[in-house]
Design a protein around this ligand. Sequence first.
Ligand SMILES: NC(=O)c1ccc[n+]([C@@H]2O[C@H](COP(=O)([O-])OP(=O)(O)OC[C@H]3O[C@@H](n4cnc5c(N)ncnc54)[C@H](O)[C@@H]3O)[C@@H](O)[C@H]2O)c1
Ligand SMILES: [Zn+2]
Length: 369
Amino acid sequence: MRVSTIWVRTPTARYPIWVGTGLLGASGRRLRQLRPRLKQMFIVSSPRVWALWGRRLAEGLRGAGIEPVTLLTDDREEAKRLATVERLAEKLLGHGADRGAVVAALGGGVVGDVAGFLAATYMRGVACVQIPTTLVGQIDSAIGGKTGVNLRGGKNLLGAFHHPLAVLADVGTLETLPAREYRAGLYEAVKCAILGDAGLFRFLEENLAAVLARQPKALRRVLVRSIQVKARMVARDEHERGPRRALNLGHTFGHAFETLAGYRHLRHGEAVGWGLLAATRLAVRLGRLSAPHAERIERLVGAIGRLPALPSTEPEEIYAQLFADKKKQASELYFVLPRRLGRVEMVAGVPRGDILASLRQLAGRPPAR
Ligand SMILES: NC(=O)c1ccc[n+]([C@@H]2O[C@H](COP(=O)([O-])OP(=O)(O)OC[C@H]3O[C@@H](n4cnc5c(N)ncnc54)[C@H](O)[C@@H]3O)[C@@H](O)[C@H]2O)c1
Ligand SMILES: [Zn+2]
């Protein structure tokens, strides 16, 4: 299958995102284009992902004369901690990794965030290759340079911006992804469509069965178009001070849902799915989104599958969590709201009554079908 290349260009970095099948096997050849003298690569992965896809990657690297050194680590959210980064750094040192080392992340967002932060900090920064194997990873977390780990008091509070050398999104790796993880990633694709690509939204509406069946051609299209949206946002605003914040569509509510669920009952993407519904309700309530567009968003989110129940049906509790999150970031509470399909706007100063009313509507809504 054809490989698509999407370039991310920012003031400080320029790197390709390769999307297609068979990329693991071609990894060595492709990476050599960027680093002709590359001889060794340190691959951070989880036992599960390595067992599924490690051999394919190792063969792809060895075929081009690059020796893989594997560093396995727990990829549960609980392990996304500084202690894990330190352990991996000690291992790197033990293997003689120096400032010229290249670290790769083979796995989902957890592995990508940990390995990315490791690369950002090891000897004040070494190169990193992101090889995401989840849909969330391929559409979202591997792109844009945000890396980091959790503190006890909150998620991703310790981190750095560190762009990868390249991103290899092998569509084939998604074959083994559990159905729930796969669907969770689709909400991020819907997010990208709402915020920047009405054509992608239509494609998802019309081809959802093929996408849900992971048909490679349909899937690749969804990936490429979603990644283009993200890459465009990152290029416009590398450090997320302005327009890139549009990518937080569904995430203001989503983070509150995730926290209330204790990161257990909701996957990140599922929290975003609920967050999209909440943002849609709020936008309609504020008179900023027309009913037909809102219905299409709700229908598409619903058609992806049944979302697990909301962690709280108490609007006041969710509202309090929204503010707790904002306090941590010392920022004003703003919402990214859909204006129409393909276009969002940032809205601050939303009256409390409207937020509560939207949440009440959401809580009254049975889990989407
Ligand atoms: N840095 C960013 O910009 C950014 C953006 C979004 C999310 N994130 C972070 O990403 C994390 C969530 O990532 P995620 O949704 O990819 O989940 P994940 O990393 O938790 O992986 C989910 C599960 O899928 C398994 N898995 C991964 N690839 C597989 C495959 N191909 N086949 C079978 N199983 C596979 C993993 O072992 C894991 O059990 C969160 O920590 C979130 O904070 C970061
Ligand atoms: Zn997200």
